[in-house]
Design a protein. Structure first.
Length: 111
């Protein structure tokens, strides 16, 4: 685990306990079993949906993208505002919004 990923436990302390898991060369950031963030190359991205995406785009934050088979794939995760790395209260606000987006967009559960 990178030192950057380890610092996220402190960054999100006001939001609550988080878990991190390695995935696809990066890390998923979870709370209560829902992935609300990801880290790729020591850059933090947070989950967005129709209700909170405007906050990211208005702040000029870019979506997470990668290349697959010669084409660009864009995910519903956007760069986190750099200021949250120094402000646990601001980090909690953005994390809460992204956690709510992850909850709204989660796949339906099977019965």
């Amino acid at each position: 685990m990178s030192a950057f990923v380890e610092t996220l436990h402190d960054v999100f302390a006001e939001f609550g306990a988080i878990n991190t898991r390695r995935m696809f060369g990066g890390h998923g950031i979870y709370r209560d079993g829902l992935m609300f963030g990801l880290v790729q190359d020591d850059v933090l991205y947070l989950k967005a949906d129709a209700q909170n995406q405007a906050s990211f785009t208005e702040a000029g934050l870019e979506a997470f993208q990668y290349e697959q088979k010669g084409r660009r794939v864009r995910l519903s995760y956007f760069k986190a505002p750099p200021a949250i790395l120094d402000s646990p209260s601001e980090a909690a606000v953005w994390a809460r919004r992204s956690s709510e987006a992850a909850f709204r967009t989660r796949p339906p559960t099977r019965r």
